[in-house]
Design a protein around this ligand. Structure first.
Ligand code: PSU
Ligand code: MN
Length: 310
């Protein structure tokens, strides 16, 4: 796809547009993790560092957000700083995109909306930290992240470290199966739980090389099977927080959330912030380590996949 064929509502940087036009590897990155997933200034340092990792491994990073109502594919350092430090950046899932675009305001995109915008721009590989999913208690709250339904329809492979046990991991995996989304453990038989390599749940499939992930992507989309692929990449052993240790913290954060009556789109940002407080920042260090690890894998997958017609 040449830059002149870019979607009229998107603003794509020259760097990203040229890479896409030349069939070179591009990796999408989300912005809710910056604005609502980590405290300042660790968030902007992480965002800059991750772009650097992707570049150093021969791929072009494309951090995605909505600025002044314009969906942006690829951001400048000043944009990352704004997203990291301004209090008035909305958390934007797919349902919020029309509002922020029409109103001309800033929005940080979640996994779901980043996938959608990446796909519109022709990007097929996306790196993040953790997916949203089925929240614990969803049988009464109906709180199921739009990340899952987006994975059911949009052709982007998402590299993540699994899902946190703030969610119901078993129900999240069931729903991904229903939606037809392949979930692969990368180099692991077990599905990881973000801070920990273990979750108590088997990964539905296992893949051991970036080339094999790229082959699955070609097979899926070549067969007309629309939708995403989840590449669940366990946090490195040296960075993990044992599941029993983080489990107690997560239970406490969930109880605090219920006591405060927080729900809906505020649930995930509250829990992430509370876990950082309750671990004295240890969870933040682990979070950054797993994003780095995902960036390395995502760049390698993008290199293997590059050149496939989008
Ligand atoms: N999980 C994390 N860190 C995050 C998120 C989830 O460990 O930053 C963010 C992602 O942007 C994800 C979103 O797409 O939260 C899910 O929010 P919700 O549950 O409201 O759909
Ligand atoms: Mn939700």
């Amino acid at each position: 796809m040449s830059p002149t064929h870019q979607h009229p509502l998107l603003t794509v940087t020259d760097e990203v547009a040229t890479a896409l036009a030349e069939g070179r590897p591009v990796v999408a990155l989300e912005s809710t993790i910056i604005s609502h997933g980590m405290p300042y200034p660790a968030n902007v340092e992480m965002a800059v560092e991750v772009e650097g990792i992707v570049r150093s491994l021969g791929a072009t990073p494309a951090t995605i957000a909505v600025l002044d109502g314009r969906p942006r594919i690829g951001l400048a350092p000043d944009d990352l700083e704004l997203l990291a430090s301004h209090a008035d950046v909305m958390k934007v899932s797919v349902r919020d995109l029309p509002y922020v675009v029409a109103r001309g305001v800033h929005g940080a995109t979640t996994v779901a909306s980043t996938m959608r915008l990446a796909a519109l721009a022709g990007i097929r590989v996306f790196v993040t930290g953790g997916l949203g999913g089925v929240h614990r208690g969803a049988e009464t709250s109906f709180d199921v992240s739009a990340d899952l339904t987006e994975l059911g329809t949009t052709d982007v492979a998402v590299v993540c470290a699994g899902v946190k046990s703030i969610l119901d991991i078993g129900l999240t995996l069931e729903m991904l199966e229903t939606l037809g989304v392949p979930v692969v453990g990368y180099g692991s038989d077990e599905f990881p739980s973000f801070f920990s390599r273990a979750s108590g749940h088997r990964a539905p499939m296992r893949v051991d090389t970036p080339a094999d992930v790229a082959a699955m992507m070609r097979a899926k989309w070549g067969l007309g099977l629309d939708g995403g692929v989840v590449v669940a990449n366990p946090i490195p052993v040296e960075d993990e927080i044992p599941a029993d240790e983080i489990g107690l913290i997560i239970d406490r954060a969930l109880a605090d959330m219920d006591a405060l009556g927080i729900s809906g789109k505020d649930a995930t940002p509250y829990l992430l912030g509370r876990i950082v407080e309750l671990t004295d920042g240890a969870s933040l260090i682990a979070n950054i380590a797993l994003v780095r690890n995902n960036a390395r894998l995502g760049a390698a997958i993008a290199r293997e996949f590059a050149g496939w017609p989008v």
